[in-house]
Structure formats: C-alpha cells, structure tokens
Design a protein around this ligand. Structure first.
Ligand code: PMT
Length: 409
C-alpha cells in the first residue's frame, strides 16, 4: 500500500490532469481524485462524452473543487483551462479508465476532443489505466496500440485479471486506485534510488518454545515497512524480509516472510552480497529456546525453567564481510543511547547506525512515530526529531545517499 505520506511529499502542489473515458470503472475515479487532492495536488478533470454516462461532471467538480472539462469548445472556457494551457500546466496526465477507443486515438495522434488534444499536446508524462472487455484487450490492435504508446514513453498500469463488468472473466479490469496512486508516486517521485538494490529487514522474530508458544518482542514492522516502501517509491529495487507483522504486505516489493532469527539469518545472508544497501530494522531475538517441544508443554510444576541459546547475529555476520554493500543497523536502547549505539556500530562494523531510544514517548516499538539519532563511524551524531516513521525512513535514505555521494567524491 502506498502510504499517504509518500503521496503527500510527492504530489503536493503538482497539477495532475485526470482524463476519464467511458467505462464502468469510471465510478472508482472520484476516490482517486479525492486522494490526490488530500495529498495536496491540484486536480483538473477532463471527461469524454461517453464518460459522462457513467459518472456526472458534478461529482468530479465536487471532489476536485475545480470546474470539469466536458467539451472542446465550451462558451465559458477560460484561458487557463483551454486544452493547450492545461497540457502545458500538467505535471502528469492520468487517463483512467482508458478505453480501447481512447488508447487507439492516442496511438494514432488523433485530436478530436479535449482529452485526446490534451494528451497529444502535453509534454508531461502520461499514465494510462486501461479497462475493457478481455477480448478487446487481447485483440492485436489494442496490444499494438499499447506497445506503440509504451515505446513513446507512456506509462501503463494494469489492467488486472478478474471478473469484468461485461460478465466475462479475464484481463481487463482497471487497476485498483491504490495501484494507480502507487504508479503516480513512482512516476512523479525523485527516482534518485533507481540504481539501488536495497534489502530491508522488518518486524520481530518468533522463537518457538512449543507448537503454541514463542519468545518474541514488541516490534510491529512499521519502521521496516516504511523504509521498504519509501525506497521503492524513490525507484529502488527492494527486497523485504519480514518477521510476523500484521501489516498489509507492501505492493510490488519482493517480500519474504520468516518466523525465526535463523530463517531471517539464512534469507538475509544468501542475498545481501547482491545488494547495494542492507537496512536491518528488524528486532531479531538474540536468544531462542535450546529445544522446541513437539507437543504443548503441560502445566505440571510450580516453576519452569526455559534454557535459551544465542541466535546468530545477522548484522555482525554481514559487517565482517561487507563487500561493496552499505550496511545500516538499528540500535534499540533503553539507556546510554549514544554510547551503546556507537558500541554496536563499531562491533558490527556498519556504515550507519540508527540509534533508537525506545523508552521515549512516540518512539520505538509499535508507535506511528519515531525519534532517532544517526551515527556514522566518523561524523557527529544527527538527531531527527519526532516524526512519522515514513518521514524518518525518508531521512535515513537521504543520509545513506549523502554518504554514498560523499564517498564517490
Ligand atoms: O517495528 P516497529 O514497531 O516499527 O519498531 C521499530 C523498531 C524499534 C523495532 C526499530 O526502530 C529498531 O530499533 N530496530 C532494531 C531492534 C533491535 O533488535 O535492536 P538491537 O539493538 O537489539 O540490535 C542491533 C542491530 O543488530 C539491529 O539492526 C538488529 O536488526 C541487528 N541484530 C540483532 C540481533 C541479531 N541476532 N541479529 C541482528 O542482526
């Protein structure tokens, strides 16, 4: 899921033109407009004649808080919405739903209504969200038109597979609003991490005692998921290795679920050397029960002793053989924050340590916000005041990129 905070930072003060063509999926587009406006975008809606059979212009006028363009030559047309000026003003044009008909027009350069004229005239990126009957979609004419447009730099999201409004099953459903928003943030985002392959670990690990009990901690996965999502939004190829977390799996990010520290160790160690950066936000259990009972342990005595043995230290293991990988650790501390975190930075040989005093209100485990200090082997500590985990994630990524740029000289 794209966090509303990534939308917020990326589309704020940007002009997004939404072209709506005539398909039943048009009913989903007011929600897209609402989300973009909420994130601070100026949204201008252009409707084809057919689109107006599915949703009224008044709906779009209400959610966009702007007049809706439905005609090429309307008497009230002001200079700022005339097709060329809107095409110039747009930072992005999204056509959703994009029918086979409008896709064909765009591919052949027709300019016979306001939407096709705007698409032909704009220099802004154009994102299409096709929606149509499966046979129309798979028809070689539509496929060739889409190929032509992709070759000219148009972006295409979907369509998805599923039940279609015409009663057929197959590929042709418009992508969900969440996916369209994801692609909007990818297209409009800074893309400054596009050369990066980043592995993020998140969440707790669970160390089984018996089939129903385990040793674990309070990590929710929010910090790690925010890092994975922020990196993907900025163009990185992201792999997320996550312990059990009750968060929606991030979309379009390769996600590897694990339970135990040993599984996280194995999955991380076999991948990290192919990465440019690894960020260990997971709260890995330092110990696991020496033995796992096959059956539920019975309540027989007044006391019960559980013997624990050390888990492998994933970060330490990577730090001693980093290769060209940039390694980031987190230090969750309840006392002597900087001293303890710096000790871990040195012992585990990491490039950046995110020191996290988990006793502060609004910081650490399972909160929506965090408060951290960034430590490097040679620089002064940099404190990041309380902010959402999404924003903290962005700042950590900024720091990683700044250190890398500095190293390149
Ligand atoms: O998931 P949230 O609810 O959003 O909470 C976020 C968080 C508090 C979990 C996160 O911000 C955080 O601090 N993560 C690190 C937690 C932790 O295990 O800290 P540590 O100081 O025990 O470990 C230091 C580093 O070594 C960490 O990067 C850890 O991933 C790593 N480690 C620890 C033990 C181990 N066996 N292997 C490891 O790689």
């Amino acid at each position: 899921m794209v966090s509303s905070s990534s939308e917020q930072t990326i589309v704020h003060n940007k002009t997004v033109v939404i072209g709506v063509s005539g398909g039943i999926a048009a009913y989903k587009i007011p929600e897209l407009v609402r989300r973009l406006r909420k994130a601070g975008a100026e949204v201008r809606v252009v409707m084809t004649e057919h689109a107006q059979h599915f949703v009224t212009p008044l709906t779009f006028q209400t959610v966009s808080n702007n007049p809706v363009i439905t005609e090429m030559f309307a008497p009230m047309m002001t200079a700022d919405v005339a097709h060329i000026s809107l095409a110039d003003k747009a930072d992005l044009v999204v056509v959703a739903p994009a029918t086979a008909n409008v896709i064909a027009k765009f591919a052949h350069g027709l300019a016979e209504d306001f939407l096709s004229t705007t698409v032909l005239a704009t220099k802004a990126p154009v994102l299409l969200a096709p929606a149509m009957n499966v046979n129309m979609y798979t028809n070689s004419v539509t496929q060739e038109n889409l190929q032509t447009l992709k070759a000219r730099g148009f972006y295409v999201v979907g369509p998805d597979k599923g039940e279609l409004a015409c009663g057929w099953e197959g590929t042709g459903r418009m992508s969900e609003v969440e996916d369209i928003l994801h692609d909007i943030t990818m297209i409009m985002g800074p893309n400054d991490l596009k050369e990066e392959k980043i592995l993020v670990t998140a969440g707790p690990t669970q160390e089984p005692i018996d089939p129903v009990r385990f040793v674990s901690n309070r990590s929710s996965g929010k910090m790690g998921y925010a890092l994975a999502q922020a990196a993907a939004t900025r163009g990185a190829e992201v792999t997320l290795i996550t312990g059990p977390a009750s968060l929606d799996p991030p979309q379009r990010i390769k996600t590897i679920p694990v339970f135990t520290a040993t599984e996280m160790y194995q999955e991380t160690l076999k991948r990290y050397k192919a990465m440019t950066t690894v960020i260990m936000a997971a709260a890995v259990s330092d110990y696991r029960p020496a033995q796992q009972a096959h059956n539920k342990i019975k309540k027989e005595n007044d006391s019960f002793t559980l013997k624990l043995v050390r888990n492998p230290d994933i970060l330490w293991e990577m730090g001693r053989d980093k290769g060209s990988c940039f390694i980031v650790g987190f230090a969750a501390e309840t006392e002597n924050l900087l001293k303890n975190a710096r000790g871990k930075l040195t012992a585990k040989n990491v490039d950046l340590m995110v020191a996290n005093d988990v006793t502060k209100p609004g910081a650490g485990f399972d909160s929506e916000t965090n408060i951290v200090t960034l430590l490097t082997p040679d620089g002064a500590p940099e404190e990041i005041a309380k902010a959402s985990k999404e924003l903290i994630a962005q700042r950590i990524l900024d720091k990683i990129m700044a250190i890398k740029a500095n190293r390149r000289g």
